[in-house]
Ligand binder design. Structure first.
Ligand code: KIV
Length: 266
């Protein structure tokens, strides 16, 4: 009988940092994608609020609701056999202060079965992170470019305020976060933070010196519609393949060659 893979936990991720093993993380929003990614051995599946842009076609992540996150989170949790599943707390549920954020985080943990939540912010979130952690909810903090604050930050820009980033990173670690997502930060600064922290850092647009990397899966697979950010390396061209296969299907339906006898019932 094939043995069940050993599930990734936050203890696994801490050990990976100690052993200098890099963590791979990808976003997932549905059962099919999550199954393929999990079977391929990705360590963490992030049900990111990027689903607001990738799945729903919005310009920002701001319209995503807690209900949307729970809906997609449940599908991903059903698929994951090995990967740790982490859910984003969508705007504004991660920013509502200790009590309401704890309620939202508990709700997503209860209704999806995910193993961790991610929330945007660092020093200003220290009290909230500590409260969630003491309630038994593993938290990853998200610093640097925080997409939920895109309007306050004046757009999707590289974040260069080293003093603030250091303060945010240290405060998140002290509050008990099990990891730190660093988005759009110069490589050297992300590398320095990674060396200073005991918890693993996961970078996106933060160079090669983080303890792990995350990408939006659609970007990795060449399915991005519109602008591809500089930090993305598409490793496939599935968008073009979808176009080709769809054209082939159209032709075979229109010329009557699909379905054949073998694809039909007597
Ligand atoms: O929502 C998301 O997909 C994210 C990315 C930065 C990885 O948080």
């Amino acid at each position: 009988m094939p043995s069940r893979p050993k599930p990734v936990t936050i203890a696994t991720l801490a050990k990976m940092k100690r052993d200098q093993q890099r963590v791979s993380m990808l976003t997932a929003y549905d059962y099919t994608f999550a199954t393929w990614l999990d079977q391929a051995g990705v360590d963490v599946l992030l049900v990111g609020d990027s689903l607001g842009m990738v799945v729903q076609g919005n310009k920002t992540t701001l319209p995503v609701t807690l209900r949307d996150m729970i809906y997609h989170g449940r599908a991903v949790v059903r698929a994951a056999k090995r990967a740790l599943v982490m859910l984003d707390l969508p705007f504004p549920h991660g920013q509502l202060g200790v009590h309401k954020t704890l309620q939202a985080a508990a709700r997503v943990m209860k209704l999806t079965g995910c193993q961790a939540v991610k929330l945007e912010g660092g020093a200003e979130q220290a009290e909230t992170i500590a409260a969630l952690v003491s309630a038994g909810i593993p938290v990853m903090a998200h610093v640097g470019l925080r997409p939920q604050s895109v309007h306050a930050l004046g757009g999707y820009r590289v974040q260069r305020d080293a003093e603030r980033l250091r303060r945010d990173a240290m405060a998140a670690q002290t509050a008990g976060a099990f990891g730190l997502l660093i988005e759009c930060v110069p490589s050297q600064l992300a590398g320095e933070l990674t060396a200073e922290l005991d918890i693993p850092t996961i970078g996106i647009g933060a160079g090669p010196n983080c303890d792990g990397q995350v990408l939006v899966t659609q970007d990795l697979l060449g399915l991005t519609i519109g602008h591809v950010p500089k930090f993305v390396r598409p490793m496939a061209n599935l968008g073009e393949q979808i176009t080709q296969v769809t054209e082939q299907f159209n032709t075979s339906v229109r010329d009557g060659s699909f379905p054949s006898e073998q694809e039909s019932f007597e």
